[in-house]
Design a protein around this ligand. Sequence first.
Ligand SMILES: [Zn+2]
Length: 289
Amino acid sequence: MKQPYVWPESVRAAFCFTIDVDAESPQLWRKRKQPSLSMNELEQRFYGLREGIWHLLDLLARYEVSATCFVPIHEAVTRPWLLETLVEAGHEIGLHGVLHEIVSELTRDQFAEIVEKGLETVVRYTGKKPSGFRSPAWEMTPWAFDVLHEAGIAYDSSLSGNDHPYSLGDTTEIPIQWPLDDAVFFRYAGTGADRWPPCSTSDAAASWLDICESMERFGGSVVTTVHPWITGRSYRTGLAEALLKHARNTSGLWICTAGELAAYHASSQNHEVFMEELNPPFLSQGRPT
Ligand SMILES: [Zn+2]
């Protein structure tokens, strides 16, 4: 029988509210070879750091929850107020690329430069070194884990190989859950690219609460992922509020940042029990360079 994950006393599950603070960088990366002046999606994305982030920060303050904010460096340096504002409000900063680069499309050296630039920039703006990374679009490679470890990054939050934190080689993985990402429900670029209507906020909230309750029953770590340009929309803030209310009203649920969760995992017996090989032998042929 599988050993249960051991939580601190009186805790039965964990809850992390994470924000991927992307604005325009994913689009700039995607269109880097064919720059475009099309404004539709860009303006949707600009909304996130004009308006959406303030809606989310207001909700987090009201429910007294510290979030983990994964911030692309492009967004940080083009809004010099951003990192300082997030840190002053009590939130954790994690790395999320420079221009939201897809890791599997980079060389190892390019990725190492991006991590180094990320660390240098966050330290310059906040005085504190981040301990975590989330890969854009949640794509990772074994060598990316090596680079993170060499750079002193303690945890990654991009993969979903367990219901609770686990160890992938030397790195703690804080697993994400795809159906707890708002982009899955609401991302709508328009202009004929997306032909389905975005999901209703109340349907998404019902689905998310159902997933939270199931994971709590199984003693997992719930990691919700929202974007300021999506859930930060005034007409969708009900989704974030439903989650925060649920977390506050659920006994035995540890509301923590991803960094706190990773630190707990690494210092607990779980680190030895839930240890997976980063690069199992059957994958070694064809390992990307
Ligand atoms: Zn992102």
